[in-house]
Design a protein around this ligand. Sequence first.
Ligand code: PEP
Length: 231
Amino acid sequence: MIVAGNWKMYPGPDPAALADKLAGVSGAEAIVCPPYTRLAACVAAGLTTFAQNVHWEHEGAFTGEISAPMLQSLGVTGAIVGHSERRQYFGETDEGVARRTKAALDAGLRVIACVGETQEERDAGETETVLRVQVGAIAAACGPHESLLLAYEPVWAIGTGRTATPAIAQEAHAIVKSVLDRPVLYGGSAKPENVEELFGETDVDGALVGGASLVVDTFAAICALAAAAGR
Ligand code: PEP
């Protein structure tokens, strides 16, 4: 099981305090994804540290972007790509997400590539099609690369408190894996009160946690529940 904390544009917890707490949890991999200004502090604290995005070029005139070698120079070992907030608010497309993912993997970073349907798409019965298209773009660019993780994050569950049921998550994860057979993390209002059931599903291989990753004890509790799932 893998548990990744997406701190989004929040300062997040003290990296040293978090590392101390996580040292007492074994049996699951914990990853933190802080804002860029806190990457170095997280690396220094000994945390496995991913960025929240990465560009496909190594350098160039791409204001506001960051490259894989730049991240690697800080000791960062991976990146989230294609988070729904990037797709929703910053116009990232399936093609761009696939490009970012491939470049990051080629550079030696690990990647958590995010996919998921909106409420409107679910209501219209389009969930499977949306997932197949989103994952298909990544699969066409990279195939089942060993450093690639996927995250199923239904947009209607992110930051809303409306967690997907274990059955909904399992169904979606199975679709994702049928296109690209890599571990799939669940994301969307995951918290200690609901992850145990989610982790019980065959195709749920961990969690991508937003809000609940900002508190040391809560994130550590989710990691402990992932470890207790025993795989
Ligand atoms: C996320 O940011 O990826 C996320 C799942 O957020 P939250 O857990 O707050 O819904």
